[in-house]
Unconditional design. Sequence first.
Length: 456
Amino acid sequence: MFRFFKKKPDPIDPIAADQQTDAEAWQPAPAAGHADLSADSNHVPQPNGDPQLADEGLQNADQTAPMVEDAAPEAPRVGLLSRWFKRNPELPPSGGDVEPKLEDSAVGEAVDEDDLIGDAWKGDSLEEQSEESEEAQKPEDSDDSDDSDDSEQKSSWLAKLRGGLAKTGKSIGGIFVGVRVDEDLFEELETALIMADTGVEATQALLVALRAKVKQERIEEAAGVKQALRDVLAEHLRVLEKPFEVGRVKPLVVMMTGVNGAGKTTSIGKLAFCLQKEGARVLLAAGDTFRAAARQQLVEWGSRNNVDVIAQEGGDPAAVAFDSVNAGRARGMDVVMVDTAGRLPTQLHLMDELKKIRRVIAKADPTAPHEVLLVVDGNQGQNVLSQIRAFDAAVGLTGLIVTKLDGTAKGGTLAAVAAGAQGVRPIPVYWIGVGERIEDLQPFVAAEFAAAVIGE
């Protein structure tokens, strides 16, 4: 069988020849190999004259050959790689001038990746490379980056506001598409405003002002009427826009009220975050002793904001408020926010208890509470007016917080509040909420809110 292979050898494969050449280059010297084989007790000597013994010698050599080749198993692959680089001196794919190289002293070692990148990084130390990358990523001006962050946060907030009032914006903004400026346009606009919970009184006031503006400025296109409506609505809501002043007294005592489920305790946690961003020191009082887990909820918000919370398990809410005002004065706090239990305006005994809490706070500080805020759900429509009227009569409201404008809220209720509909006072709106995140409570701006209502 071996003689058959000798007479008819296979065609020479150039790749196999390269591998064989490199393998032979890395194998031990032939003399050392024969010396090891001769030392084997089972080795049969090969006489020169007997063909059969020669064949047996070849067979034994075949059996022992793998033992010699195991000394360098990776040699064929490395030899092929090195020969490829020698036969192909073209530039690497990156376009650099660096020729890949493989050191002859290392068997099976990978090619240095830094040599394959190009001229830009070759020869530079790691310290120089890191400095160049840091300089490339470093902003040119930190003030510009802060301004860009503020603008991005502002645009994100406006996008959320438009998304929350998208239903109202589509119903009102869609009226001005492909129509003429005539009486039919104003009639359709009147219907859309009433459907957006604006109310009859506020709708009439807005249409009167809009007609006058269109006539005065001689607006003849529907797009111009839409722009005029935005300006009229923004001016109408301007009476509700008022900044929340911190620092006029110390501590500023804020009493939080609202019906069940309006988001009062959550708004306290978000408001504490907003005030701390302005540098104010805040203290919270867990005065909601009726609802289960209300105290634990406020304590959790205090932990998130790193704010102290005055709480008593099963205590009198008026006593908690009294202790909180004294603690805020002793600790030098800027703001003390007192949480109260949610209640309906028709629950007269609970409304009387709310009056008691206000009186007890006045005993701790004759000028307190300095702010009495009502948290209302923006999805409740005209029912918000009855809540404002009842709580204002009981404790004298100074401001509003409108929450949950990211749901199905229509937004027109604030126009009714600004118009003084159903006997309510135009109480300022300090903040509006359009999401569940801690930064989703933002100050009320009339122009932004008006633009979101009409779909701009």
